[in-house]
Design a protein around this ligand. Structure first.
Ligand code: PEP
Ligand code: MG
Length: 558
């Protein structure tokens, strides 16, 4: 048995035969041409044909693996229209008087190198896209047919790395797992594996050799290990684990459409957190009852300039409509600290987590805030939209916000623009200050959503970005749990609902205690909706009372 370690990008266990994915790369030779005009036309025809092919791949991917994986072909389409890229190829053909494939190969390699040198993991990955696009144009120029992947039985597919156009051509039914020598968490292989729900390893230190073809292997995506020629004992053990995992997944899927209700009849809302429109597919797949946190700042992070009111409106409307009447809580932008964009031109700060961020930016640069509020209010006419404000520490802030919202509403009324007149407005409780005055804040708003990620960092004075502090961090610190209970109590005393949208909401060990506190809603990442539903359906709401008393004494702490 041979054992290799890799970086797991998705859990699960795959057992089957190995197949090395062969690439048939050809060496491109430059030669002199005399009819340069004809050569330019050849390039142009090939580029257009390549674009058509890529569009077909986009539609195939959209049908088979969904929008997230298909999106990469939109990028390819755009790359082939990039004026710098085209100009570079034309300059090489004309100035060096050479053949088109040579111009494409040289340009492709230069651009790929440029991307490889960028200090950003995602952008570095785009080098593979440039190579893929260039190879496609070259294949067309050379009238070369790419070899088809021939795997009649499901296999563990191995390659140095997969280009997106290669993965999309795969018969997905026949792939048990991907193993690559290169690649990263952002690589297409990783994205595809997550979409397909199969284990995958990248950065596996394996020497690819045809002699591996047909040999039995196990990919353990939980441990990040590849076993080749496993011993019969290990094979039996892993088969059992794989079977357990299959049963677990199947059982979870059976919970789709079921209520989030405890054995003694208490219902709780389980919503999902999203960052952009692409996450909606996962929300549907995991049957969340609503969206408890739409982190709208990602809209700003994905733009190169301030997103306009119209751009924002379209995005919020799309989410509201897609959720078909289910609740969508849009959080106004929570920028600053670790979420920076150049165009905001925020000054460098010594303590950004304690600095100019989120609502503090909004209340200072009110024109930005008003634009966002207008967009959210307009979208509220298209679905069940609520608005939520982050990083609140004082009554003064919430009063200023409510005043601004009233002014924007009056503006929309004057312009005859429809919106939900009594749109639900809530705040995040994610600072100790807000938790401690939650009795006062509860009189001003319609709901609370507890952001345990920030609440924990500010309460324990532990930077959530600093991995070095992990050993000091205690997610079950009694201070946090006492604060959550206090906030729940104050919310209910004042007749408003309270939820949790930080990561702690998905902590299944705490579910009984949260129920005992009377938490009304838990908003978690889409993949954690069904495990949480399962947990809720297995317990009694009153079961957590004892836990609750013990946790306040630190019994759940580290
Ligand atoms: C939180 O702080 O718990 C939260 C949900 O917001 P974010 O993680 O976006 O800061
Ligand atoms: Mg937060």
């Amino acid at each position: 048995m041979i054992v290799y370690r890799g970086k797991s990008v998705f859990g699960g266990i795959a057992i089957g035969a190995i197949q090395i994915f062969e690439k048939n790369r050809q060496k491109i030779i430059g030669y002199k041409v005399t009819d340069l005009e004809a050569e330019v036309k050849r390039f142009d025809r090939a580029r257009k044909k390549a674009k058509e092919q890529v569009w077909e791949l986009y539609e195939k991917a959209l049908r088979e693996v969904g929008e997230e994986s298909a999106a990469i072909f939109e990028v390819h389409h755009m790359l082939m229209d990039d004026t710098d890229y085209i100009q570079s190829v034309l300059t090489i053909i004309i100035e060096q008087e050479v053949n088109a494939e040579y111009g494409v190969a040289l340009t492709g390699e230069r651009y790929a190198q440029m991307f490889e040198d960028i200090d950003d993991a995602y952008l570095r990955e785009r080098a593979a896209d440039i190579r893929d696009v260039s190879e496609r144009i070259i294949d067309i120029l050379l009238e070369y047919e790419r070899p088809k992947i021939d795997n009649s039985e499901p296999v563990i597919l191995m390659a140095n790395d997969f280009a997106p156009s290669e993965t999309v051509m795969l018969d997905k039914e026949k792939v048990l797992s991907f193993v690559t020598v290169e690649g990263s968490a952002n690589s297409h292989t990783a994205i595809l594996a997550r979409t397909m729900n199969i284990p995958a390893l990248v950065q596996t230190e394996i020497e690819l050799d045809d002699a591996l073809n047909g040999r039995m292997a196990i990919v353990d995506g939980f441990e990040g290990v590849l076993y080749i020629d496993p011993t019969p004992e290990l094979l039996a053990k892993k088969q059992e684990e794989a079977e357990r995992e299959r049963r677990k997944q199947a059982l979870l899927k059976q919970l789709r459409g079921k209520e989030n209700i405890t054995l003694d009849g208490r219902k709780i809302n389980v919503y999902a957190n999203i960052g952009n429109l692409k996450d909606l597919a996962l929300v549907r797949e995991n049957d969340a009852q609503g969206i408890g946190l739409f982190r709208s700042e990602f809209l700003y992070l994905e733009s190169e300039d301030f997103p306009t009111e119209e751009e924002q409106f379209q995005a919020y409307r799309a989410v509201a409509e897609a959720m078909e009447g289910k609740k969508v809580i849009i959080r106004t932008m929570d920028l600053g600290a670790d979420k920076q964009t150049d165009y905001f031109r925020l000054e460098k700060e010594d303590n950004p987590a304690l600095g100019f961020r989120a609502i503090r930016i909004c209340l200072t640069r009110q024109e930005l805030f008003r634009t966002q509020i207008r967009a959210i209010l307009r979208a509220s006419a298209c679905g069940n939209v609520s608005m939520m404000y982050p990083m609140i520490v004082s009554l003064k802030e919430i009063r200023m916000i409510l005043q601004i919202v009233e002014e924007v509403k009056a503006e929309l009324r004057r312009e005859n623009i429809p919106f939900q007149q009594d749109i639900e407005q809530g705040i995040m409780i994610e600072t100790p200050a807000a938790a401690m005055i939650s009795d006062l804040l509860a009189k001003e708003v319609d709901f609370f959503s507890i952001g345990t990620n920030d609440l924990s960092q500010y309460t324990m004075a532990i930077d959530r970005q600093n991995a070095q502090l992990d050993e000091f961090f205690d997610p079950h610190h009694p201070a946090i749990l006492r604060m959550i209970q206090l906030v729940a109590e104050k919310a209910h005393q004042n007749g408003i609902w309270v939820g949790i949208c930080g990561e702690l909401g998905a902590d299944l060990e705490l579910t009984p205690a949260f129920l005992a506190m009377g938490i009304d809603e838990l908003s978690v990442s889409p993949g954690r909706v069904l495990p949480l539903r399962k947990r809720i359906r297995e317990i009694r709401a009153d079961q957590g009372r004892e836990d609750l008393e013990r946790l306040k004494e630190g019994a759940f702490g580290r």
